[in-house]
Design a binder for this molecule. Structure first.
Ligand SMILES: [Zn+2]
Length: 347
């Protein structure tokens, strides 16, 4: 039985790594996963990350790239040893988050537009629809199951709206004031509460759809739906960034020098306001003199919050790489359900 975090208080709670041993055993016995993902130990990615210390050079994304493509890195992806890294302190990274966000929006909008039977997006959404239906029937045994295909179509429409609005607010053509990604932009996708608000708004525009009508009439079910959709959406972004190898897609994203920090911000958007886009560094690792470093609101223990988020991010990347060892087209529904059961709070 899945228990949802209805209050959305702490973003970190989305990664409620509970009872994994049991989940892993169940999936291993069915042959869905080969080995237990390293959820209980610090993965190799993080060890590499800690060694680098600065948070600037290639780390877990590069490691994931090596895992996915047999360790054969193209020279332009390997960022850590080139002379450029020596100048990182002086270099401006102001545009990195904008480039990163536009690329992930493009990837998601394109993938959602081709959500056909075999696409990776439909595999994720089919898994989430089935989980949604099992929650629905758990609430009410007599409840009629919502047709999976209808539910997938509704999910596609909701996500398309959210992603298109995100893309448009980052586009010079639609928003000529844009020069930097701000927390209010980032939260549209990565803050659970903001994402849910938009999903509910999209549902209200689709109130004649029978499945959506049913959700709108049951507040608790609607919150569960938004929560699952948020997690599925986040996992799709992570999976596409890690597994997509196209030069203008996943590969481009991985080549952004500050991509590792931006991935950390995907995991915990609350850190966004303490990230200096120009230096590409977090408050505790920046210059000590800029506006971000001197911000009065920096939480006590920021360094350990950041460190914990990096560990969680690394664990998530590690898990995705292990659950989906092959390419995007071969991702199976059972693997997605496994991944969801690892990430969604379980009890
Ligand atoms: Zn600074």
């Amino acid at each position: 039985m899945i228990s949802m975090d209805i209050e959305f208080d702490y973003q970190n709670d989305v990664y409620g790594f509970l009872d994994f041993e049991n989940i892993d055993k169940q999936f291993q016995s069915k042959g869905i996963i080969d080995e237990t993902p390293s959820l209980f130990s610090i993965p190799t990615h993080f060890a590499a990350y800690s060694a680098e210390n600065s948070g600037q050079s290639a780390s877990y994304l590069i490691k994931a790239e090596e895992d996915n493509f047999g360790g054969k890195l193209t020279p332009n992806i390997s960022r850590s040893n080139d002379s450029e890294s020596k100048d990182l302190g002086k270099k401006s990274h102001s545009k990195d988050s904008l480039k990163f966000s536009r690329k992930i929006a493009k990837l998601l909008v394109e993938n959602l537009a081709s959500a056909t039977e075999e696409s990776v997006v439909s595999v994720f959404l089919r898994a989430s629809s089935k989980i949604m239906n099992s929650i629905h029937t758990a609430f009410d045994e007599k409840a009629q199951v919502m047709p999976t295909e209808d539910l997938i179509q509704s999910e596609v429409s909701i996500l398309q709206q959210i992603w298109k609005e995100f893309r448009d607010c980052l586009s010079y053509k639609k928003n000529n004031k844009i020069c930097l990604v701000k927390p209010e932009h980032w939260n549209r996708i990565f803050n659970r509460k903001t994402f849910a608000d938009q999903a509910i708004k999209a549902c209200q525009l689709m109130k004649n759809d029978p499945s959506i009508k049913l959700l709108l009439n049951n507040e608790c079910l609607l919150k569960c739906f938004c929560d699952i959709l948020f997690v599925v959406n986040l996992l799709m972004v992570f999976t596409l960034v890690i597994k997509d190898g196209s030069p203008k897609g996943g590969k481009f994203i991985k080549e952004i020098e500050t991509a590792d920090n931006l991935i950390v911000l995907m995991t915990n958007p609350d850190l966004f306001q303490y990230y200096n886009h120009r230096s590409g560094k977090f408050a505790s690792e920046c210059c000590g003199a800029c506006k971000i470093c001197r911000s009065k609101g920096i939480p006590v223990g920021f360094k350990s919050i950041l460190e914990n988020t990096r560990v969680k991010t690394s664990m998530l990347i590690d898990t995705i790489s292990k659950v989906f060892p092959t390419n995007l087209q071969k991702i199976q529904e059972e693997q997605v359900i496994y991944l969801l059961s690892v990430v969604i709070q379980s009890s």
